[in-house]
Design a protein around this ligand. Structure first.
Ligand code: CP3
Length: 344
């Protein structure tokens, strides 16, 4: 019944599962309104009733197959004791961590109030979700989360990259504290009702190949195994954005059930590098939702070409951007459904 879970568990889905990264967010007027009522993005994240409502908003508009928990990857460093603020139009402002003393000061609190609020949201969403839809939980991958902790916000990540290459003891401890905290955070989401989780490594593409295993694959694998030590065989999606022709390596090294793929990469090519048990997710360019209807139709067709629905989760190559017209999202979803009735 649940097409997304069926693809992750290697069962034939009744239809091609669809969800979109950042499917809840600023491009929806109903989101902007609720955010204003909440007063800030963080207040919205930590208000379970409101966060549940935002999670459900895209499902009322679009014929999609999954809800993704409304929260943020920076909840983890916040729960570890760092100050966090989101300034309107500026992105996150996070307290930095740049030496051993500061890493040692980070808390590992499995019952942090931030986590309790997020888990409560997950429970509320699960209660009101239609049975054919799948609830996706998530966390950031250690590299992406650590890079925000080192840089203090959105950046070119030069400082974090230099640290990752040099690999001082404090960076190793930072990564292992993020791994341990993320395992507990995800297990709490699953206990509360998440049916799969995605691990977002938005900045995996920054890293040179010789550190990819140490900084990206190894830490993600520890999270995957940590989760599965409590929930054996739990389905997990790994999105190592920007690794290009290395998604096969990522999938094998992390034991993911599916890999997210950024735009401008042929999915049939990625599939040919994956074990037959692993699916692909992606990879319409978010900018395809900003152009003409005709160009969108063509772009959706190109993503689906030669990719069987039993091994594909339709998504974007990255998140929906704020200036997107919701009608274009609807059009993309309709187009996937239309093509699936054809001969693919
Ligand atoms: O996908 C969804 O709809 C679920 C919610 C979600 C958000 N952030 C909501 C959000 C998810 C899964 C994330 C993940 C996230 N957060 C990532 C990984 C994915 C990616 O986009 O690469 C990263 C790197 C972050 C950190 C983050 N959060 C940044 C850099 C920013 C500012 C830039 C921006 O897009 O605004 C955020 C803020 C944020 N997270 C917003 C939303 C809806 C906008 C906040 C607002 O309303 O002003």
């Amino acid at each position: 019944m649940k097409s997304l879970l069926n693809v992750l568990n290697r069962h034939e889905p009744s239809r091609r599962p669809i969800w979109l990264m950042r499917q809840a967010g600023r491009y929806l007027p109903e989101y902007r309104q609720l955010r204003q009522t909440a007063g800030s993005f963080l207040k919205l994240c930590y208000n379970p009733e409101m966060a549940c409502e935002v999670t459900l908003q895209p499902l009322r508009r679009f014929d999609i197959d999954a809800a993704i928990l409304f929260s943020d990857i920076l909840v983890v460093p916040h729960a570890m004791g760092l100050t966090l603020d989101f300034k309107e139009g500026e992105g996150p402002l996070l307290q930095t961590v740049r030496n051993m003393g500061e890493v040692q000061g980070l808390a590992i609190d499995p019952q942090a109030w931030q986590f309790l609020k997020v888990w409560e949201t997950v429970g509320l969403v699960r209660e009101s979700l239609a049975p054919e839809l799948t609830l996706i939980g998530f966390c950031g991958a250690p590299w992406t989360v650590a890079s925000y902790m080192i840089e203090g916000g959105s950046s070119d990540r030069k400082r974090a990259l230099a640290v990752a290459e040099e690999n001082p003891e404090w960076f190793q401890l930072l990564m292992s504290k993020v791994v341990e905290t993320s395992i507990g955070y995800l297990i709490g989401q699953i206990k509360a009702g998440a049916e799969t989780v995605q691990i977002f490594d938005s900045w995996a593409g920054d890293l040179p190949p010789h550190v990819l295993d140490r900084v990206v694959c190894g830490p993600i694998r520890k999270i995957v195994y940590g989760v599965r030590s409590e929930y054996p065989d739990f389905p997990i999606i790994v999105f190592a954005r920007g690794v290009g022709n290395q998604h096969g390596i990522i999938a094998a090294a992390t034991d993911a059930n599916a890999v997210g793929v950024e735009e401008n990469i042929g999915l049939t090519e990625v599939l040919s590098n994956l074990a037959s048990s692993v699916a692909v997710q992606g990879n319409l360019a978010p900018t395809a939702l900003l152009g003409s209807k005709e160009a969108l139709t063509e772009a959706v067709g190109a993503v689906l070409k030669g990719v069987p629905k039993s091994r594909h989760i339709f998504n974007l190559g990255h998140g929906v951007v704020p200036q997107t017209d919701p009608l274009m999202v609807e059009r993309a979803v309709t187009e996937v459904r239309r093509l699936d009735l054809g001969v693919i």
